[in-house]
Design a protein around this ligand. Structure first.
Ligand code: ADP
Length: 256
């Protein structure tokens, strides 16, 4: 445990200043350690569920697998789908852990409009969904890590695909000194009191429904971490039964 320096006999000398700095550092360190601990405990908890399903199905297979073809088929399917889920989750956890120590060596100038058009085209084709892209300002340049920002966009579009069934609208533009991308769907929406929780790790508004759609509750946490590491912000507006808009804002550089 970290011990604080006693500041009862405050004096305005150098030692006092050093002590204050040290105390601030120890608070920060404790906060970081608490967050890490919380993440490890949340992660273990989340991994337990698929592991339990795998274990119980393996036991079923051991007992009945050779006698009952239905058990054989169902148990193997359950094991395969839960393993897939675990693989996805561990991959995402790794992505989150890496973002804590993000290196900024891969930063470059990015044409946000072209990047969005490309990602939307690929995802629209892959998932056979109509994604309507509007470019309000074709000169939307930002500085950042391209792969990471593509990932943010893919997470938002992936959610729009999962939680809606009609057309998706992506808008790219600039506002004062910010570049923005908004991803809008006309899907199930998010209740007002849950809006600020959706960026929390492992949070799912409706865990049963999210499980069916293969959600892990990590996507938006990853997106938020990446956006913050680019000095950007993420906003969400939603109406239950009407749809949701996620807007990412990033510092914008004027093209020269
Ligand atoms: P998940 O893997 O569960 O989609 P996310 O972190 O990406 O995890 O999202 C967290 C939760 O926020 C989701 O489980 C879902 O309940 C809600 N959510 C995210 N995007 C949308 C959306 N476009 N429409 C409705 N709900 C959404």
């Amino acid at each position: 445990t970290l011990k604080k320096i006693d500041l009862e006999n405050e004096s305005k000398d150098e030692l006092y200043e050093m002590a204050t700095t040290f105390n601030n550092m120890s608070d920060l360190l404790k906060e970081t350690m608490d967050k890490k601990q919380q993440f490890v405990s949340d992660a273990s908890h989340e991994l337990k569920t698929p592991l339990t399903v795998i274990e119980s199905n393996a036991n079923m297979l051991k007992r009945w697998g050779s006698k009952d073809p239905k058990v054989l088929e169902e148990s193997i399917d359950a094991i395969l789908s839960e393993s897939k889920r675990m693989r996805e989750m561990t991959g995402q956890m790794l992505a989150l852990a890496q973002d804590h120590t993000a290196l900024t060596t891969n930063y470059c100038k990015i044409d946000l409009a072209s990047m969005c058009e490309e990602v939307c085209l690929t995802m629209g084709k892959t998932y056979n969904r109509k994604i309507n892209v509007t470019i309000k300002n074709p000169n939307t340049f930002i500085i950042g890590e391209e792969k990471k920002l593509e990932q943010v966009l893919r997470i938002l579009i992936d959610n729009a695909i999962k939680y809606s069934s009609s057309e998706i609208f992506v808008i790219v533009g600039t506002k004062i000194n910010k570049a923005y991308v908004s991803v809008e769907d006309q899907g199930i929406g998010i209740p007002k009191d849950k809006l600020d929780k959706v960026f929390d790790r492992f949070y799912r508004v409706d865990s049963v429904r999210s499980r069916e759609t293969g959600g892990t509750g990590l996507g938006l946490a990853i997106a938020d971490t990446i956006v913050k590491s680019h000095s950007g912000t993420m906003e969400v507006q939603s109406e239950v039964g009407m749809g949701t808009v996620f807007t990412v804002s990033l510092p914008y550089i004027k093209d020269d």
